[in-house]
Design a protein around this ligand. Structure first.
Ligand code: GDP
Ligand code: MN
Length: 361
């Protein structure tokens, strides 16, 4: 789970990494007296997207303009996400922007620390064009501290004051069960002080309970409903709704959809032994998702009975086209019911997906 910037900064502050003075507001009215911030403030939309600054989510303005600029920001969406929280901060006199991150490198199966003096909003560009400017140190996961030679090599000729920040970031990464702890930019100010101007922390979902974070807090409404019904559900951005039983069969259906040049709207595994009611819930859930034009139901009857599934699909009575592939227990009864109600049923998943493709779905 990705933490919001202000949550990441709170963790940094506790670990001894200096962060700008700031506070979170959820409306213009909450701005109150900003004189403590000096002449200028930074307004930062708390949206979980990369490239927020470039997309207009970071506003630097004189204090007296803050209410108007905050109102503007609250009325906007940043890369599709509404702005509901703004972090108001003192404006730092930045002399130079560095980048430092600790993450899990899946290829080496170890943490890796990255550092570059080319920090800031163009970091992705640097990684592409000039990857040698980013120094790295692979960390033996048995180490609880970064060795001092590693810190020295990472920061190179950058100011020594950055060293303790790098060490502290590694400690945060370990202590918080993080998959990523990133500071971009890590700034040196005109007076030589070092501050984390941004924070991106991703906590391993399996560690949320131990770290005291609420599980599933970032679920969409549909994801929350799927959770209530016990479906394994992931939203994607295509137009073909998918219902399967078993993760393997459902994934295979997604692959086939992709192979036919179509795009899946979701992954939904109804689980074993799905009955009429569960199936109806699943079908309605997908029918309510924006952009879903066709739903492919791909189920193997075992404990799950094909006639129950057919009744569930009929009960749902959705306007979109439903293409069914079922095989197994009570298959003939299921087929009869579906045919009677005007639904298509195929006995191979290839033919079912082909039918969706032929209709130009
Ligand atoms: P991101 O685009 O979501 O990564 O947002 P950041 O918090 O990293 O801010 C983007 C850029 O805004 C930074 O790289 C800085 O150049 C600039 N910025 C952010 N905070 C300050 C500040 O306090 N003072 C100044 N001068 N620039 C800032
Ligand atoms: Mn940033």
């Amino acid at each position: 789970m990705r933490l919001r910037e202000y949550e990441g900064k709170r963790i940094f502050a506790e670990a001894g990494i200096p962060v700008p003075a700031g506070r979170i507001v959820r409306s213009v009215g909450e701005l109150g007296d900003l004189s403590c911030f000096g002449e200028r403030v930074v307004l930062k939309a708390q949206v979980d997207v990369g490239g927020r600054g470039k997309a207009g989510g970071v506003v630097i303005c004189p204090v007296h303009e803050a209410p108007a600029r905050a109102a503007e920001l609250f009325g906007r969406t940043i890369r599709g996400l509404p702005v509901t929280e703004i972090l108001v901060e003192e404006c730092l006199p930045i002399a130079h922007e560095y980048y430092c991150a600790v993450l899990v490198d899946r290829s080496t199966r170890q943490p890796v620390v990255l550092f570059t003096e080319a920090g800031g909003v163009e970091i992705e560009e640097t990684a592409r064009q000039d990857p040698d400017r980013i120094r790295r140190f692979d960390v033996n996961p048995l180490l609880t501290e970064l060795p001092s030679f590693a810190v020295r090599d990472l920061i190179g000729r950058a100011p020594k004051a950055l060293g303790p920040m790098v060490s502290a970031l590694y400690r945060v990464f370990v202590a918080k069960d993080a998959l990523l702890a990133e500071i971009n930019p890590l700034v040196v100010l005109d007076d030589g002080r070092v501050v984390a101007a941004d924070a991106k922390v991703i906590i391993d979902d399996n560690a949320l309970a131990r770290q005291g974070f609420e599980q599933n807090r970032d679920l969409t409404e549909r994801e929350a409903e799927a959770e209530r019904h016990g479906f394994s559900y992931v939203e994607l951005d295509g137009e073909i709704g998918v219902i399967g039983n078993g993760a393997g069969l459902t994934m295979a259906t997604l692959d086939l959809i992709e192979q036919y040049g179509l795009r899946a709207a979701n992954f939904l595994d109804v689980g074993g032994g799905a009955d009429r009611e569960r199936v109806a819930h699943a079908v309605r859930l997908l029918a309510g998702a924006p952009g879903v034009r066709v739903i492919i139901v791909n189920l193997l009857g075992g404990i799950t009975r094909c006639d129950e599934v057919a009744r569930g699909i009929i009960d749902a009575g959705i306007p979109q086209r439903v293409i069914v592939r079922m095989a197994g227990t009570n298959e003939a009864e299921g087929r009869a019911l579906l045919t009677e109600h005007g639904y298509e049923m195929y006995d191979s998943m290839d033919r079912a997906v082909a039918a969706a493709a032929e209709a130009g779905a």
